[in-house]
Design a protein around this ligand. Structure first.
Ligand SMILES: Nc1ncnc2c1ncn2[C@@H]1O[C@H](COP(=O)(O)OP(=O)(O)OP(=O)(O)O)[C@@H](O)[C@H]1O
Ligand SMILES: [Mg+2]
Length: 209
């Protein structure tokens, strides 16, 4: 199986991906490869990491195109070979992240809902299109955590403005993920606000092994 974890920043994807790998290996005796985007390999993975750390700057859409290029490497050098050996693959993020984060640069009037905004819809359609040929995962666990919950965890000393900007950004990301969950039937929405073990149990239940 090809399993993905998605969600806004800090929603617990890495935590749950590791827990699921451990469970599948120890309880179900399966061979599991845990991987993540961006791939941990030069030149693209390293370039993306430097952009995310703000060491270098590119246009927001350029970053998304780099993520797509990195995904093609990831899919063909890591994911497909593992699936071919009948292994299980868990990836921490995949093309749903490109779609969820890829419209943040649009200057959208907050008074109209995102889902009826033509500019937003055009962008989403395009992002879906450029990811269309990539292998569809069997299941996507979308960890739903409201930004206010996430923001309680981050360092509030970083200033009110940054705090507000981050909240707005994460609200848009979460809304876009919610819109996607209605378009992709392989997305399973999981309440990520429960404690780590409760979230883990819900995921195992959904897998129904
Ligand atoms: N269900 C949970 N309840 C409370 N805290 C949690 C929960 N899941 C994870 N955490 C904690 O939240 C923090 C972020 O978790 P994690 O690194 O798994 O998130 P992430 O989604 O991978 O983040 P990023 O998007 O930055 O990669 C960690 O300190 C983790 O221990
Ligand atoms: Mg993570």
């Amino acid at each position: 199986m090809f399993i993905i974890f998605e969600g806004p920043d800090g929603s617990g994807q890495s935590t749950q991906a590791k827990l699921l790998k451990k469970y599948l290996e120890e309880e179900k005796k399966l061979a599991v490869v845990l991987t993540k985007e961006p791939i941990n390999k030069p030149p693209l993975g390293n370039l993306i990491r430097r952009i995310l750390k703000k060491e270098i700057s590119v246009q927001p859409l350029t970053l998304q195109l780099l993520f797509c290029a990195d995904r093609n490497e990831h899919l063909n050098t890591v994911i497909k070979p593992a699936l071919k050996k009948r292994g299980w693959i868990i990836s921490d993020r995949y093309f749903y992240s490109t779609i969820a984060y890829g419209s943040l640069d649009l200057n959208i009037d907050p008074s109209t809902p995102l889902r009826v905004n033509p500019e937003f819809n055009r962008r989403i359609e395009w992002l879906i299109k450029i990811n269309e040929l990539f292998l569809r995962p069997d299941i996507v666990f979308l960890l739903r955590v409201r930004p206010e919950i996430y923001l309680e965890k981050i360092d509030k000393n970083r200033g009110k403005r940054q705090f507000f900007e981050k909240q707005q950004k994460l609200e848009k990301v979460l809304k876009t993920y919610e819109i996607l969950s209605r378009q992709f039937s392989n997305i399973q929405m999981i309440d990520g606000e429960k404690n780590i073990q409760e979230v883990h149990q819900k995921i195992i239940k959904k897998l129904n092994l």
